[in-house]
Design a protein around this ligand. Structure first.
Ligand code: 3PG
Ligand code: MG
Length: 393
């Protein structure tokens, strides 16, 4: 892995692929994590006396669409980076070429949304070449987009001799390695969220590595039903029952302990203010649906979390967006915080659990919170991501 620490960027222009695909609500950026994640890389290049040409996508535009223009995030980018950032009106057009040509050491240029060109997602060779001509070297720091074989994430790499892992990408890759390849035992994976179908590939990979797997959230009910439990009106996937049984069998063969919740807090309606009742997960009355882990489950999960040395958390234990059903997820976050303080390595990845740690303000207590959604899921499935492979070639 070639990192930016191994290079002096003095007098060099670096194209840095960042993932500034940030959520925007009412013209306001609601989460700046992905911009923050790029600070160290940009600072290193500028401090060396180099200049940065930042390339990112924003959303999924079909050709040029004003609402996806970088003009909507430029102020936020400048504030977070604490730097003046020049914005070009196009990606490989006159304006981008002129502004990149005139770039002085220490300056930062942000190109317009790279997905305004369909060649980006198509992985266009000529388009990637045009982009590459603006710079002397290439840094990929866009972990969130590393699972896409796009022009600016993957194809462009082949045009550079000097290509590097940015600081964010390096940390993401090392954190995943620390869980999947060199995790200190006992290794715990907590998989939650509504659908088991979307987590099956991860389960199949993780089962080979983990000592313990906690299955929480909506997923747990498909397992409970497969084991012959009565799950009332809880969310589940009948098409996945056989697969759930297969996973239970495989875990026995491999000696991986699968842990389901013991009890669950249920509701009559999918509503924060619904009537609540706690049931054994195998004996839920009709008319009730599971919404959160119950007290016995929380106690059991605490013991497992506290005795683990490596913890991967992907997916919440309940409907944590509803305050009355957030206890399980919130407590789990606290246990992971404490276990991390005691020396465990904790990685949080995947949209909803990342949202949960942010909501409960425990982000800083985790060893690492990923910036990637799909890219993190594919990594946990054991896949090689094209954006990363391209840097290694
Ligand atoms: C993301 O937010 O998932 C990344 O920025 C990648 O975006 P995409 O899913 O539109 O490729
Ligand atoms: Mg995505």
């Amino acid at each position: 892995m070639r990192t930016i620490e191994q290079f002096n960027f003095s007098q060099k222009k670096a194209i840095i692929r960042v993932d500034f695909n940030v959520p925007i609500d009412n013209n306001k950026v609601t989460d700046t994590s992905r911009i923050k994640a790029a600070i160290k890389t940009i600072d290193k290049v500028c401090d060396d006396g180099g200049s940065c040409i930042l390339v990112s996508h924003l959303g999924r535009p079909k050709g040029f669409q004003e609402e996806f223009s970088m003009t909507h995030i430029i102020n936020e980018v400048e504030q977070v980076l604490k730097r003046k950032v020049i914005l070009s009106k196009d990606v490989i057009g006159e304006d981008a070429k002129e502004k990149s040509n005139n770039l002085k050491p220490g300056q930062v240029l942000l190109l317009e949304n790279v997905r305004f060109h369909k060649e980006e997602t198509l992985g266009g060779f000529e388009f990637a070449k045009e982009l590459s001509l603006m710079a002397d070297c290439y840094i990929n720091d866009a972990f969130g987009t590393a699972h896409r074989a796009h022009a600016s994430t993957t194809i462009i790499s082949s045009f550079f001799k000097d290509k590097f892992f940015g600081k964010c990408l390096e940390r993401e890759v090392n954190s995943i390695k620390k869980v999947l390849k060199s995790g200190e035992k006992p290794i715990l994976a907590i998989l939650g969220g509504a659908k088991i179908s979307s987590k099956i590939p991860i389960l199949k990979n993780i089962i080979k590595i983990a000592d313990n797997i906690i299955i929480g959230g909506g997923m747990a009910f498909t397992f409970a039903k497969a084991m012959g439990g009565k799950i009332g009106d809880s969310i589940h996937e009948d098409a996945m029952l056989d697969l759930a049984n297969e996973i239970v069998e495989e875990s026995k063969i491999r000696g991986t302990q699968l842990h389901l919740p013991i009890d669950v807090v249920c509701a009559k309606e999918f509503d924060n203010n619904s009537v609540q009742k706690t049931f054994d997960i195998m004996k839920i009355d009709n008319g009730f649906q599971g919404m959160d882990a119950g007290p016995k489950s929380i106690q059991k999960f605490k013991e497992i979390v506290m005795s683990s040395k490596t913890i991967l958390w992907n997916g919440p234990l309940g409907v944590f967006e509803f305050s009355n059903f957030s206890t399980g997820t919130k407590m789990l976050g606290e246990f992971i915080s404490n276990s991390t303080k005691n020396g465990a390595f904790s990685l949080v990845g995947g949209g909803d659990s990342v949202a949960a740690v942010k909501m409960f303000k425990i982000e800083k207590n985790m060893s690492y919170v990923s910036t990637g959604g799909g890219a993190m899921l594919e990594s946990l499935e054991g896949k090689n991501l094209p954006g990363i492979s391209a840097l290694l070639n």
